[in-house]
Design a protein around this ligand. Sequence first.
Ligand code: FA5
Length: 352
Amino acid sequence: MTGPTSQSIDELVQTALGELEGIDNPESLDRWRVAYLGRRGSLTQVLRGIAQLDVEKRREAGALGNQAKRTLEERLEQRLQQVNQTQQEQAFIRDQLDVTLPGRPSPIGRLHPTTQILREICDAFGAMGFSVVEGPEVEWDHYNFEMLNIPKGHPARDMWNTLWVDYQDPSNSRSMLMRTHTSPMQARVMESSQPPIRVIVPGKCYRYEATDATHEWHFYQVEGLAVDDGITFADLKGTLYEFARRLFGEERRVRFRCDYFPFVEPGVDMSIDCFACKGEGKGCRICRDSGWIEIMGAGMVHPKVLAGVGYDPEKYTGFAFGLGPERIAMLKYGIDDIRLFYSNDLRFLRQF
Ligand code: FA5
């Protein structure tokens, strides 16, 4: 019977290995694999032919055939690795980075001037032991007005032009609004904690107001509240004086004048001497000739507000204040129109 001889198997292996050496890409390697080891490949055919041999020859040729198959498979694997490696090296040489090329600049953002000044303000009060709390921008009239000694129909409501939200709580007839100031947090903080209290409340406020160089319809405020046994007006003055020095420098002078807010008694406004004209006043655009710039409203917490949250006004006293960070940033950086803050003009924002 005819069939593969050890010589013919050997020759086939030599031919196949010879071809393999000359192959240098994965596609040709695959074609080689199909040609020798595929279903109709040369070696596969040879192995099939072994079945036709006599029993004695079949065993010997079978062993040789299997050995030949293993050899071809192993050498194919080795060659595949070599070819892949060579291709990777060539790709690396071809595509390698030119590290001397200048980098592409990635645009870096910056903090909005309001955020920067808010952080400065929070740091200044933080250093004096105040902690920061935040409250809702959509608020009940109960907290925005009533708890602040401004009942329904009180003329003082006209001081805060209000954006009302078209919703009323059916269970207690409370109306909803966009908070006009951060003062509602006075009542919320006192309701949820006991003295001693020392907090500041940065946050956004909204007013139904025509805008001009110093008025926006949405702006930030920072509220401050300190309540304890024995707090006096001297504490209020000392705290705010220290704040002004930290923000505007050692040499700043501070002025307090009487002002009216229904939730404080007495109430004051606080001004600093104008840094532009050094308090001289004459011909100064920044302070409009007065020599002083108002930066906040403040006062001693009204006994009715303390009683409203369940504190004993005979035992506890406190002070509160509310300032506008945009106006403070305007003073500090000489910005002459508050509308620049939120008009999204990068030429303005990039200056800070
Ligand atoms: C108030 O809103 C009081 N809640 C402040 C207060 C708190 C007084 C605690 C006493 C005790 P007033 O309306 O004056 O007060 O606003 C306070 C600050 O917010 C102003 O000094 C100003 O800096 C800023 N502000 C007020 N209205 C605007 C506006 N339309 N645009 C920008 N900033 C404003």
